[in-house]
Write a protein that binds this ligand. Structure first.
Ligand SMILES: NC(=O)CC[C@H](N)C(=O)O
Length: 359
């Protein structure tokens, strides 16, 4: 049988069954999602992380490309109690090491107690504990991946929905999930996907009705260019953001972000809307949070479990952001109306700013 070792920060090594060979290192996190493994594994926000599934059986409805959120698997390695052959073969074909038959309850408890941590993985015929420990030794902290956007963003501008009649969106791609673009296109928007380090001139060339900052991996403080775009455009252009996007908007407008102990990853995170009193179920994947929104932003939605900000509005600016994933892939679909709100905000601004025609 293929050997498999997982070395946790601090040096504790766990043994499992190898399902896809290779060595890897990354920040060890867990998701409680019991469905949507294809969406999670192709979510660019998992770049440089090792994903543990706390749900015990992963892969029981196969692997289908139409459910992918990007064209490759992003976690550096995958841990589960039991992976089906479909998923194990997919991960092997992607060169992503996978381990099962390990006690994921132990792994999750460690992460919950100690926080997201560095780890090293070695899977193969002749690998040893030492190989996993060597990977651990080389593992960087997430905040040290200072240019992580380059690993997940488009290289050049991509335009979708050119025949659509709706608002023009400049989507800054810090690792955007495909279903964010799809959600905008489904509402008749023209979407210009810009590199994560797009310049002011790149955005001006689009002349967007809304500047939209996507989700993405790593520490929001490292996305300096996207932060400066928000600072530059917020007075004249509506701004929206999802997940990393919310964090970048807060960083840009005088707020602060901080790393959480182990974050929120799952598909049933409850969120309270402070104005309506309504609770919705949400999909989440983040390890950072807005600590202080600053004086230009107000928190409109909070996580029911720990009160962290889940929705933010601008006080004097047209800004609306979400910490969770309103595009709902995988579901639940309680929060799709976020995209309607963003496009309404863009439309209102476009209408009020329209220059009246000369008589
Ligand atoms: N899904 C995301 O956009 C994640 C944002 C950020 N990388 C975090 O972990 O908090």
């Amino acid at each position: 049988m293929t050997e498999a070792y997982v070395a946790l920060e601090g040096g504790h090594v766990i043994e499992g069954r190898g399902r896809a060979p290779g060595t890897a290192r990354g920040e060890l996190v867990f998701t409680t999602a019991y469905t949507g493994y294809e969406e999670s594994l192709t979510d660019p926000s998992y770049e440089e992380q090792v994903l543990t599934f706390s749900y015990p059986l992963i892969g029981n409805y196969g692997v289908r490309e139409e459910r992918f959120e990007d064209d490759r698997v992003h976690p550096r390695a995958v841990l589960a109690k039991e992976l089906t052959a479909d998923v194990a073969e997919w991960l092997e074909s992607e060169g992503v090491p996978a381990v099962d038959h390990l006690d994921t309850r132990e792994v999750v408890t460690d992460i919950r107690d100690e926080g997201a941590m560095k780890c090293g993985i070695a899977v193969g015929e002749d690998v040893t504990e030492e190989d996993a420990l060597e990977q651990l030794e080389q593992c960087k902290a997430m905040s040290e991946h200072t240019d992580i956007g380059a690993q997940v963003s488009v290289d050049e501008v991509e335009v979708y929905g050119e025949d659509n009649n709706g608002e023009t969106v400049a989507l800054v791609d810090c690792g955007a999930k495909d279903s964010i673009v799809d959600s905008l296109l489904a509402r008749d928007a023209e979407v210009h996907v810009l590199p994560y380090d797009a310049s002011v001139a790149d955005v001006e060339a689009v002349d967007p009705d809304v500047l939209f900052i996507s989700n993405g991996p790593g520490d929001p403080a490292n996305y300096e260019q996207a932060i400066s775009l928000v600072e530059e455009f917020v007075e004249d252009t509506p701004v929206a953001g999802i997940c990393l996007g919310q964090q970048i908007v807060a960083e840009a407008l005088g707020g602060t972000t901080e790393k959480m102990t182990f974050g929120h990853r799952g598909v049933n995170q409850p969120v309270l809307d402070l104005e309506s009193g309504q609770v919705v179920m949400t999909t989440q994947n983040h390890g950072y949070t807005v600590a202080d929104p600053g004086e230009h932003l107000e928190v409109t939605q909070i996580n029911v479990n720990d009160d962290t900000p889940e929705g933010i509005d601008g006080i004097e600016y047209d800004v609306i952001t979400r910490q969770y994933h309103p595009e709902a892939n995988p579901g639940p679909e309680d929060t799709l109306d976020f995209f309607d709100s963003v496009l309404e905000m863009a439309d209102e601004r476009a209408t009020t700013q329209a220059v009246p025609a000369d008589d």
